[in-house]
Design a protein around this ligand. Sequence first.
Ligand code: PLP
Length: 362
Amino acid sequence: MDLSIPEYILTIAPYSPGKPMDELKRESGVSRIIKLASNENPLGPSPLAVRAVENALKNIHRYPDGRGYDLAMKLSGRLGVESESIVLGNGSDELIGILTRALLKPGDEAIAAKPSFLMYDIMVRSTGATLIEVPLKKFTIDLAGFSEKITPKTRLIFICNPNNPTGSVVSKEDFEGFLAKIPSNIVVVTDEAYAEFVRDKNAANGLDYFQADKPVVVLRTFSKAYGLAGLRIGYGVMPAGISEVLHRVRIPFNVNILGQVAATAALDDSAFLEKSVQLTHEGLDFLYTSLDTLGVRYFPTQTNFFLIDVQNDADKVYKGLLKHGVIVRSMAAYDYPTYIRVNVGLPEENSLFIEALKRVLS
Ligand SMILES: *Cc1c(COP(=O)(O)O)cnc(C)c1O
């Protein structure tokens, strides 16, 4: 069968997600599964969002509002930006796809860090463009290195801030210096899926720059701090000249009704958001202290997940933890062969993780 699949598609490696809890339950027979692998909210969803979804169920025979008017208006008010600047996505993942579709053609180049969020590579390659990857420096995005890779073919730059999988941030100073130097026909995407968790006051916030004279697109999501990963909803904030183009290429009803109402309600649930962020910070502090006690090294984070150097084969430690019912990520495939990535869970889950790690490493 010759389907004439383009070579650039055949070289894409499928995204490999965190192991589903039900799958491990089936395979291992362990009854209590703890998943600390996908940076989800351990508290569950916002209760206000759940109520909004229940109320909206009676409307699911209707198509959703294609532009998500209510949510876009609420975001516009919250962020102090025109609603024309907001584009909703089926998760911010989808917005990465829409951006690459709208802005790249075969032969173009995009730039991202390595390792960073894998979706940039997948989406850029899908268009036939090339992703130029710039190695992290000390686990941190090297914007000076990005600058050196800019060519006349560069159309799009992805700055994952904070960066997944390292949890590091780009400073305001570095970001501003970078923006000042790059040509104004290159779109700079700051992917801020973990913005709500950032404690570093010096971290760049893309919303401060999206109206600068350079085209900046800020991506945010309801999947992490707001606990709505399963509903798939995120948004981008960008100059109207870019949103207008994205609306041309997105599918007409890309964000479903339940996602729209849940996200709108979640924005009003500031108590839930505060609780999520506080739980994350307290959990991180507990995990850091516990690892210090064990003499295990880690890289401090600005997100709800972090890297731990297990100083052993990470794949083996990952499998060892599975036997205790704990799902984390091995970073072996990211060229960090001795690191695992773990997200903060409930206090009890964090303790059980530390206990399991102690056993696996002994
Ligand atoms: C989780 C994550 C996203 C997006 O998630 P969606 O669920 O698609 O909104 C985007 N970028 C990074 C870096 C992430 O870790």
